[in-house]
Ligand binder design. Structure first.
Ligand SMILES: O=C(O)CCC(=O)C(=O)O
Length: 264
C-alpha cells in the first residue's frame, strides 16, 4: 500500500509536503484578503455550500462567505485538492462530497486555544465517514498555532462534543470525553509544522487541537476542507453544532442529499 494511505490509516493523519507551488496558494490567500474585509453575513443560505469564516477570538461570531465571492477557492478545492485526495485517500469510484469549508484565523496575541476535539462528534451523520484537509496560509509552528494530533486516536470511536474554546462538554451528550491531555494517557502527540505549500489530511475521528498564535504578527490562517465519502443518513445527537444542520430540513434516518453538499 502507498505510504501516504498507510500513514493515514495507522496514525489518522498524514502530512504531505510541497504539493503545489507558492503562486497557486498565494492566489487563494490574496482572494481571501480581498474578500474577508467585505463580508458581514451571518445567515446561512440553504441552497449552496458556504465558507465559514471563523476567528478564534473569544466573543466573536462566525461570518459566512459564498463561493461566488471565492471563485479561486472553489477551483482550488475542485481541481487541485479533490484530485489529490482521490489519489491518496479515497478510491477512484467512491462518492466524494464537499461537507464543509472553514477558514480559521488566529490573530497575533489575541487568539485562543482550540481544545482537543474530533470532527465526527459534531456531525450528525451515519455512517460518519468523513475526513479533512488542512492548509495554512502562512508558515506555522508550535508558537504560531500549528495543529497537534494524537496519533492513532481515530481508532477509538466517536467521543463527546465540547465547546472548542473552553473545553466545556455539551450537557446532554453522554458519549465518553476526549482526555484534556492525550499525552498523559499514552498517546504520541505530533505538532505539524507546515508551509502553505503543504497539506494535512486527517480522519474525521482523529483528535486534534491548536494553541493560540503567540508568534506570527501576520496572523495564522488555516483552510479546512471536509469531505464525506459515500452515502450518509441524518443521525442527530445533542451537542452537534455543525453549520450545515441549518442547511437541511430532514428527519432522523433520512438520506442526506442537498445542494449544500455537492459531489466533487
Ligand atoms: O485551524 C485550527 O486551528 C483548527 C482546525 C480544526 O480544528 C479543523 O480543521 O478541524
Amino acid at each position: 500500500m502507498d505510504i501516504v494511505k498507510k500513514t493515514f490509516l495507522n496514525d489518522g493523519v498524514v502530512l504531505l509536503k510541497n504539493v503545489w507551488d507558492h503562486d497557486t496558494i498565494q492566489a487563494i490567500i490574496e482572494e481571501y484578503d480581498r474578500e474577508i474585509i467585505k463580508i458581514l453575513r451571518e445567515d446561512i443560505p440553504k441552497n449552496q455550500p458556504v465558507i465559514v469564516l471563523w476567528r478564534h477570538v473569544e466573543g466573536e461570531r462566525k461570518k459566512i462567505g459564498l463561493f461566488s465571492e471565492f471563485p479561486k477557492l472553489w477551483s482550488f478545492i475542485k481541481d487541485i485538492i479533490a484530485p489529490k485526495v482521490r489519489k491518496f485517500i479515497v478510491t477512484q469510484n467512491e462518492r466524494l462530497r464537499l461537507l464543509e469549508t472553514v477558514i480559521f484565523s488566529k490573530p497575533y496575541k489575541i487568539s485562543n486555544k482550540i481544545h482537543w476535539h474530533q470532527d465526527t462528534s459534531t456531525w450528525p451523520l451515519k455512517p460518519n465517514n468523513q475526513f479533512a484537509v488542512w492548509i495554512p496560509f502562512e508558515k506555522v509552528d508550535k508558537e504560531s498555532g500549528a495543529l497537534h494530533y494524537a496519533l492513532g486516536s481515530h481508532k477509538h470511536g466517536i467521543r463527546r462534543s465540547v465547546e472548542l474554546s473552553t473545553n466545556k462538554p455539551y450537557k446532554d451528550d453522554k458519549r465518553k470525553l476526549i482526555p484534556a491531555n492525550p499525552e498523559k494517557k499514552g498517546y504520541i502527540v505530533k505538532c505539524m509544522e507546515m508551509n502553505p505549500t503543504d497539506m494535512l489530511c486527517h480522519h474525521g475521528n482523529t483528535w486534534h487541537s491548536s494553541e493560540p498564535n503567540k508568534k506570527s504578527k501576520k496572523g495564522r490562517r488555516g483552510l479546512s476542507v471536509r469531505f464525506i465519502v459515500g452515502e450518509a443518513k441524518f443521525n442527530p445527537n445533542p451537542g452537534q453544532a455543525a453549520t450545515f444542520v441549518n442547511q437541511i430540513e430532514i428527519k432522523k434516518g433520512e438520506k442526506i442529499e442537498a445542494k449544500a453538499f455537492p459531489t466533487i
